[in-house]
Ligand binder design. Structure first.
Ligand code: ZN
Length: 563
């Protein structure tokens, strides 16, 4: 008998009693399927139909007969809402079921009560429980309760983590420091919740802020600290008993790195405040530290003695945030730094303003020329004040033009667009229509070829040759259609860009000086051309490439007089 050999060969652990039960074919093999709402919405491939198919195949392969499917479709997984499960349990209690089979363990919910009830019911009525895909089988010693192990573990960890978080939250909100004191502070010996100044380290912090104010970049600062043989924060902490070097790692004591200096320069704690909740972790499962939104910080002013004044701190932030607009050795800043490029070799132009130069002598030169990296044959020398004046004038012209001839400007920008994108707009549209039509034709030609091949009017060799040719043509056309469509979308995008740009320009009527914010909003780059003649004769063209719309011809003066 097939059933018996199957059992004998593959399930040596099945008890005699269970084999007997199964053999009495008047008992039902219950196949339980479940699909939760969530899963249905995610349209996963575990549809009820799919589960049913897998289970029936499993029964056929393993000799289970008299099957009956119990299916809970779109149930939430909350036990008491599952009619098919209840129906199946009723059959079990009536003594009509020998075996329950599910697709895999995720088909039962993860409710403790539910698993407990299943366990009790199955045991009481001597029901064998199996899963088709993950090989669970009570006849092989599987215990349903073990499904709870994972549930419990997860629950336990989550709960502990939640409690720890709640405690931390409470402490943090009460103004208790949640982190170690930053370099420059240490815990007070009599009260570890209070930070006091670490004399020697705080002097270094002051120096770092001072040097930044003087215009030194972080790498310069790092070099100076190295030269002065100042110990790095980690080594300082170890040598002063603030930190255990449990790893026994050996440090280069003067190896200051730019990141730690940048971090020191950004720590508001030095102004005397305590900031909690600067970082957070998403959950106990993902310990990665994330930066909080500053709006979520808990800030406690005057929590400890300040090392840096608020004024100095704010100034340093301004210097640091302006990033590309950093001051150099003279301490002077050009509002245009980072935006200026050589019109010929496209290299950046840098400001040279040695400390001995007067402010009016500050000038930009092409870095491609200076470094000889690009073969640029002119320094494109321009004085900072001249360039700044020219850029201001250009923006003033633009805003004046906009307020007086708005329509004219819009038209100009749109025309410029048309030039850029669709000089042959009409032709492109025709080409597109033609290509789309031909693609459809080719579809039916290829279809016809298949039919001819099937009917035998076309031999295989000829079919391959012809169809390859047509398919190639079709592919080429499809690529063409795609690129044309892209071009059309770009055109629409560019119309939107014109609007965005004009909205920004409108904010700046009657400006009298350049500002960083305005430049960021309006200007993508400034391109400086070489002088038409050497030395101070001749003129020098300056182009402004605006954000969104690029270069605007016609309204700007073509050149700036050399001052
Ligand atoms: Zn150049």
């Amino acid at each position: 008998m097939k059933l018996q050999t199957k059992f004998g060969a593959e399930r040596p652990n099945a008890t005699y009693q269970q084999v007997l039960e199964q053999k009495k074919s008047d008992k039902i093999t219950a196949l339980y399927c479940r699909l939760s709402n969530e899963e249905a919405q995610r349209s996963e491939s575990i549809s009820i139909e799919n589960q049913r198919r897998i289970l029936l195949k499993f029964c056929e392969d393993n000799g289970f007969t008299n099957t009956r499917v119990f299916a809970d479709d779109g149930e939430t997984g909350v036990f008491f809402d599952r009619p098919a499960l209840n129906e199946m349990l009723a059959e079990i209690r009536a003594g009509n079921v020998s075996t329950v089979i599910i697709k895999d363990q995720s088909r039962i919910g993860r409710e403790v009560i539910e698993i407990g009830l299943l366990k009790r019911t199955f045991d009481e009525h001597n029901v064998r429980f199996m899963s088709a895909e993950d090989g669970l089988d009570t006849a092989k010693g599987f215990d349903i309760m073990s499904l709870l192990r994972d549930v419990f573990n997860e629950w336990f960890v989550a709960d502990t983590s939640k409690k720890i978080r709640a405690v931390q939250r409470r402490k943090g909100l009460a103004g208790e420091p949640l982190s170690y004191p930053p370099y420059g502070y240490k815990k007070a010996p009599d009260n570890p919740k209070h930070w006091i100044i670490d004399e020697s380290a705080s002097k270094v912090v002051k120096k770092i802020f001072q040097w930044c104010m003087e215009g030194l970049g972080v790498s310069h600062i790092a070099n100076r600290l190295r030269e002065e043989q100042v110990e790095i924060p980690t080594v300082h902490a170890i040598n002063n008993g603030l930190l255990n070097n449990s790893s026994g790692r050996v440090f280069d004591p003067y190896d200051w790195n730019v990141n730690s200096i940048a971090k020191i320069l950004g720590r508001r704690e030095y102004t005397g405040c305590l900031i909690n909740f600067k970082t957070f972790t998403k959950s106990y499962k993902n310990r990665k530290k994330m930066q909080s939104d500053p709006a979520d910080y808990a800030v406690f002013e005057n929590a400890h003695e300040a090392i840096i004044t608020v004024e100095v701190f704010d100034q340093v932030q301004q210097i640091r945030n302006s990033g590309k607009r950093r001051r150099n050795s003279s301490g002077r800043v050009s509002i245009l730094s980072g935006l200026v490029h050589c019109a010929d070799c496209k290299s950046k132009m840098y400001l040279s303003n040695g400390a001995c130069l007067k402010s009016e002598q500050d000038n930009y030169t092409c870095s491609g020329f200076r470094t000889k990296k690009k073969c640029c044959d002119s320094a494109h020398f321009i004085r900072r004040v001249v360039l700044e004046k020219a850029v201001l004038l250009r923006i003033q012209q633009l805003t004046a033009f906009l307020s007086e001839h708005e329509e004219c400007l819009v038209e100009k920008l749109e025309l410029q667009d048309n030039d850029k994108f669709a000089r042959n707009l009409a032709d492109d549209k025709k080409t597109l229509a033609k290509a789309e039509k031909r693609i459809k034709e080719l579809d039916s030609i290829i279809q016809q070829l298949y039919e001819d091949k099937v009917s035998g009017t076309l031999n295989a060799e000829r079919f391959v040759k012809l169809s390859e040719g047509y398919e190639q043509e079709q592919n080429d056309l499809q690529a063409k259609v795609k690129s044309l469509q892209k071009k059309f979308t770009e055109q629409v995008q560019s119309r939107m860009n014109v609007d965005m740009f004009l909205n920004r320009v409108r904010k700046y009527t009657n400006i009298t000086e350049l500002s960083t914010v305005m430049l960021n909003e309006l200007v993508e780059r400034v391109e400086v051309h070489a002088r038409t003649e050497r030395y101070t004769k001749g003129t020098q063209q300056i182009d402004i490439v605006f954000n969104y719309v690029g270069n605007i011809d016609g309204i700007q003066a073509k050149s700036a007089e050399i001052g």
